[in-house]
Design a protein. Structure first.
Length: 339
């Protein structure tokens, strides 16, 4: 796959200088600034302050003052700290010292520094020494971003941006296992678009795609961070709801219905009113139920609701009864009120 070559722009680059030496601090700040490679230069007196800055700012290079009174023994700890987060590991770490003795440089390299330079280095030479390290970091950052995008594409549906079926299968299996192990409740909400084949036949596939996007956006807006919204197949969606009992899943389904109702275009010539039939299945940590059972039961609830018309939400019951919002069970021969 062709990749875009990353471009260097010093206008959005930042450096971090570690020193608690007031005398060398001003000189080193001027030296780093004279390279022309950085728009911002942050300064920290110690490792913990540096850690805070790394969390708050995007740092592209770290300069370590070897001669600072209280930093001399912290280089190894600093290098170890940079390994804690993936985005810190490739930040160039350069040691600046008043005397570039062989022993000092060897210690710096063994600790993880990429270079050891003297205070007296000209700014042009420092720039030349820095540039390969910064360019390498730029390439690694671009590669990491591409990999993140590829990883996201591998688990996302291209049309709606929700998780795809492959991710759904893995997530549901994991949540079922977790539910059975710890006894937490788990619900599965299946969302089907009523008359979707008719919509495609009469208005075309582009209209169908717009409807899928509309429903997908509504799903995304009503779910919680812990929920797992997926496009299950061509016209259906599924939402895995960890730590959620069936009555609470019902409430989420109704929020989705209301959200979609608000999003529907309304005009005098609108010949299609979009409605959803939804089914809920649940697990409370007991039994030997499988993900396939949960899916089958949720679809069974959908079909149960459709016996009485479109646009309903039903909760599956093992005795083939329809369970209403308040948990009461009614025989299938007697319709319950529309959800």
């Amino acid at each position: 796959m062709p990749t875009t070559r990353p471009t260097w722009n010093e206008q959005d680059r930042a450096a971090l200088l570690l020193t608690d030496n007031g005398v060398s601090r001003a000189y080193l700040l001027r030296l780093i600034d004279a390279t022309g490679l950085f728009q911002q230069i942050h300064c920290a007196p110690g490792r913990e302050e540096a850690k805070t800055l790394l969390r708050e700012e995007e740092i592209d290079a770290i300069f370590y003052d070897w001669d600072a009174p209280h930093l001399g023994s912290d280089l190894q700890q600093l290098a170890d700290m940079l390994m804690e987060a993936e985005e810190w590991r490739d930040i160039p770490l350069l040691v600046l010292t008043s005397e570039t003795e062989r022993e000092t440089c060897l210690t710096a390299y063994l600790a993880g520094a990429c270079d050891c330079l003297g205070y007296g280095i000209p700014a042009s030479d420092l720039r030349a020494r820095l540039f390969p390290h910064l360019s390498r970091k730029l390439r690694i950052d671009a590669l990491r971003e591409e990999n993140d995008q590829l990883a996201k594409l591998a688990i996302s549906d291209g049309l709606t941006g929700l998780y795809n079926r492959n991710y759904f299968d893995v997530a549901l299996q994991f949540e079922v296992s977790r539910c059975q192990r710890y006894g937490h409740p788990l619900s599965l909400l299946v969302v089907t678009i009523d008359r979707f084949p008719w919509l495609n036949d009469h208005f075309g596939f582009r209209a169908g795609d717009k409807v899928l996007t509309l429903v997908g956006d509504a799903v995304r807006d009503v779910v919680r961070d812990s929920d797992i919204p997926c496009r299950f197949n061509h016209q259906d969606f599924a939402i895995v709801l960890p730590d959620t009992a069936a009555p609470d899943a019902y409430k989420l389904a109704e929020r989705l219905r209301n959200e979609l109702e608000e999003r529907q275009p309304r005009h005098p010539f609108n010949r299609f009113h979009l409605s959803l039939s939804m089914g809920i299945s649940g697990l409370c940590g007991t039994g030997n139920i499988t993900p396939a059972n949960l899916i089958e039961e949720a679809y069974c609830a959908v079909e149960t609701g459709r016996r009485f018309g479109a646009g309903r939400t039903e909760i599956f019951s093992h005795n083939l009864e329809v369970v209403g919002e308040n948990g009461q069970s009614l025989d299938l021969d007697h319709p319950v009120g529309n959800a």
